[in-house]
Design a protein around this ligand. Structure first.
Ligand code: SF4
Length: 223
């Protein structure tokens, strides 16, 4: 996260009516937003998210297509072993550490959770290599909970508009939980992440084609 994404303390978040209008437009443009990581069940989603730290979704998908064909359950992943797992994911950044964590979390799921992915944040965060963001993604996508996973894109977009202002991902997450209307909570993080990835880009946001251009207070907007 860069501090430059955080507006000055003089900035204040947009008002509730504007928040509602922003999400109304996101929903109208993309009623069923989807993440871009490929998975086949809650376990493969958990692994894909764990592998995606500091890597692109496209790069992770390239590696996991072959991996999930041979190991789509905790038992199969544990049986595959760390060394062979490394071969599947060696194109992904930090792959050695990620391989270690994925094998350890697979064993823990087998031994302590009957080979199922737990449905609470507390349990998910006990798994090796699983932090708050990964837990939030799994809770939202696999189990339909209205969690908000703050990645670098969402962090930037929220601070720019601004929706929730915060110097840390957790501050932004908690701020958004307070202001996002309940009916939009399930998809809020998808809309904001996709908006940041494809429109409100880090170096040069594409403000002229932005569907909330008239509501956003970020200065300077691009012409
Ligand atoms: S107007 Fe520009 S800065 Fe504001 S959300 Fe849209 S792309 Fe981002």
């Amino acid at each position: 996260m860069t501090s430059s994404a955080v507006p000055s303390s003089a900035a204040s978040p947009v008002d509730p009516a504007t928040v509602e209008e922003i999400f109304r437009r996101f929903e109208a443009a993309n009623p069923e937003p989807k993440g871009e990581l490929e998975y086949t069940n809650p376990f493969t989603l958990l692994v894909a998210v764990a592998l995606s730290a500091q890597a692109t979704d496209v790069g992770v998908n390239k590696a996991t297509r072959a991996l999930f064909a041979v190991a789509d359950t905790p038992e199969k992943m544990a049986a595959l072993g760390e060394e062979r797992l490394r071969d599947y994911i060696k194109t992904i950044g930090l792959y050695r550490n990620k391989a270690k964590n994925v094998i350890a979390l697979s064993r823990m799921l087998v031994e302590q959770y009957h080979s199922t992915v737990p449905r609470t944040r507390e349990e998910l965060e006990k798994l090796p290599g699983v932090g708050r963001k990964t837990a939030n993604v799994v809770l939202n996508i696999a189990f339909g909970q209205p969690t908000i996973a703050v990645d670098t894109h969402l962090f930037r977009v929220s601070n720019r508009i601004p929706l929730a202002i915060g110097a840390t991902p957790l501050a932004v997450e908690l701020g958004l939980e307070r202001i996002v209307p309940a009916r939009y909570a399930r998809h809020a993080h998808h809309w904001l992440i996709l908006h940041g990835r494809y429109v409100c880009k880090a170096r040069k946001p594409e403000c002229p084609r932005c569907l909330i251009n008239d509501l956003c207070r970020y200065e300077p907007k691009t012409a």
